[in-house]
Design a protein around this ligand. Sequence first.
Ligand SMILES: C=CC1=C(C)c2cc3[nH]c(cc4nc(cc5[nH]c(cc1n2)c(C)c5CCC(=O)O)C(CCC(=O)O)=C4C)c(C)c3C=C
Ligand SMILES: [Fe+2]
Ligand SMILES: [Fe+2]
Length: 370
Amino acid sequence: MPYKGTDQFSHNEPERLGVLVTNLGTPDAPTTPALRKYLAEFLWDPRVVEVPRPIWWLILHGIILRIRPRKSAQAYASVWQPEGSPLLIHTAKQAEGIREALKKKYGSNVVVGFAMRYGNPSISRVLEDMQQQGVRKLLVLPLYPQYSASTTASTFDAIAADFTRRRWLPDFRFVSHYHDYPPYIEAMARHIEAHWANHGRHEKLILSYHGVPLKYLLKGDPYHCECHKTSRLLAERLGLGQDDYLTTFQSRFGREEWLQPYTDETLKSLPEKGVKSVDVFCPGFSSDCLETIEEINEENREYFMESGGEAFGYIPCLNATPGHIDALVQLVEDNLKGWAVPDNSPDNLAARQKCAEARKQATFPGRADI
Ligand SMILES: C=CC1=C(C)c2cc3[nH]c(cc4nc(cc5[nH]c(cc1n2)c(C)c5CCC(=O)O)C(CCC(=O)O)=C4C)c(C)c3C=C
Ligand SMILES: [Fe+2]
Ligand SMILES: [Fe+2]
């Protein structure tokens, strides 16, 4: 099998350190065909749906992909922006923020890219682009604060699958979680405090995370525990007591049991327990997306208000706010420790030029000689 590489390679090209920021991905357009394509890729991932392949193929292609794309396209249409999907817009801005901060410090020897696990820009296309830019040391940061096999490990799978087809692998580091990273907790706390200062504060803070099937927890996925730890640290930092906040799980998919308590059922039941006003924040989503804008701020707001709630405050995700960018830059820098930024000074490039010339003369001194 031919491996991906280039026979045009020359030794005297600059080498760079690369940071690849990833997120889940989103359809290319809020249309039924685009949703069918996106969901077919996403829901076929065995990290996401752990059902034996032949059975799942029949269910996915025979039922789900015939029904869900149209319904989901309508939901996406309601959140779509002129520049595209909110998730894509925010992720691009986050990468831009990290790029600017790192460029100020390290110049053009650090490259920052972003890619999506499903859809575009694809991980393999962006990795190819980074390789072409001379990235020989690569840090991958999936924007999932809490580790889950369905998200984090799936991203690792996509990187690894690309590497198996590549001739020259970079040095490689992977951030598998940052659910308790103090700058991330601090960024959320300040963001929530600023929201309360501007919009007022309600009786209870609901911390809603994307759910996963309960069986994943029972099989050893640490996601549930990491969500609870994030909530505890955030609550401690905000000075909240046990009764002031709740951790809930949203976005259930399919019929089996998922992590509980469910966000929608919780919000429907709170008014009759005397809780008439809430603020909702989603610590596990680094960007606002369909699941927060439409599901939380529209659908769940309606559930709460129709059940007797009097005030529902939605606190947006951290998105590309300066506090989030600062926290992510610190996270990146902590994970780059010990990796020298490549030296592309004229002297060093000139030294490498010798190797390039030797190569042309077919004397091949080898990299040790440069
Ligand atoms: C933040 C972490 C996420 C986990 C964990 C997660 C698990 C998970 N998701 C599905 C099924 C769907 N998720 C969908 C959208 C979606 N999911 C996340 C994040 C996590 N998912 C995000 C950020 C988004 C929004 C993407 C966007 O474009 O805005 C969807 C698609 C929407 C729809 O049709 O409802 C599905 C389907 C499963 C099955 C799962 C765990 C096993
Ligand atoms: Fe999801
Ligand atoms: Fe747990």
